[in-house]
Write a protein that binds this ligand. Structure first.
Ligand code: CIR
Length: 252
């Protein structure tokens, strides 16, 4: 497994914020936590290509939002926040080296954080950053490759995956306040602890789940289920509304 990631912009203080109030971000601490995240991916067997930051692109570390990558193809997104569209060219160049590349075109918008893939099934949360046109374009690219793309309406949290993510081969972790468990028939649904609304975003690398240790009760639930865990601290980037999936694009 390989992965793309991107360094943290020195301009991150000007990041987009939707549901959180602006709070100071300690850049050094954010970079230390990010370095631990990259080391963790490497320990789990990923060859990580770390792309350079850009001081004029506050949110560039959240590379997940810039593309949807499946083994056959990369679809470059068109972020719903205009301030983020400049993030694409560097990512596009990196993707050209590993996949055929397609694009979401205007008036479509799509953030990778709104796209959850479990094998050949793909859910796209439309409503905030991603619009229905963006979701349809993604479906047009991926359906011919044998993927089933389901457009769902999503409003409770910033991105669809802010509220849900794949936990095990057939398990989804979610916050039922934000994401309807009925979206996942046939999969086992694990709910976050109600006191930890942001705990639903975990990163599955192979069989291991990378989790944020600040969400102790949810981590305990996952541990009880016997899922192999790597526990990190994502506190600083969380102030920019970023979770654990946002920091990488996994290339499997
Ligand atoms: C934004 O609002 O776009 C960034 N501050 C946070 C993006 C986090 N990405 C994600 O949830 N996939």
């Amino acid at each position: 497994m390989n992965a793309l990631a991107r360094e943290i912009s020195s301009g991150i203080a000007d990041c987009e914020l939707t549901h959180l109030d602006r709070a100071p971000i300690d850049l050094d601490r954010a970079r230390r936590q990010h370095a631990v995240y990259i080391e963790c991916l490497e320990r789990l067997g990923c060859g990580v290509r770390l792309l350079p930051a850009d001081s004029t692109l506050p949110d560039c570390v959240f590379i997940e939002d810039t593309a949807v990558v499946v083994p056959e193809l990369a679809v470059l997104s068109r972020p719903g926040a205009e301030s983020r569209r400049g993030e694409l060219p560097v990512v596009e160049a990196a993707l050209q080296a590993v996949r055929p590349v397609q694009r979401i075109e205007a008036p479509g918008t799509l953030d990778g954080g709104d796209v959850l893939r479990i094998d050949r099934l793909i859910w796209v949360g439309c409503g905030n950053r991603t619009n229905a046109e963006g979701g349809r374009q993604l479906a047009d690219h991926l359906t011919p490759m044998g993927y089933e793309v389901r457009l769902v309406s999503q409003h409770g949290c910033l991105h669809f995956k802010s509220g849900c993510s794949q936990a095990g081969a057939e398990q989804v972790l979610l916050n039922p306040e934000w994401i309807d468990p009925g979206l996942f028939p046939g999969l086992e649904v694990i709910e976050v602890d109600p006191t930890e609304p942001f705990a639903g975003n975990v990163l599955k690398v192979g069989d291991t789940l990378v989790v944020d240790g600040r969400f102790e009760r949810t981590v305990e639930r996952l541990d009880t289920l016997g899922l192999p865990l790597e526990v990190l601290d994502n506190a600083e980037l969380a102030r920019a509304e970023g979770g654990l999936t946002c920091g990488s694009i996994l290339l499997d």
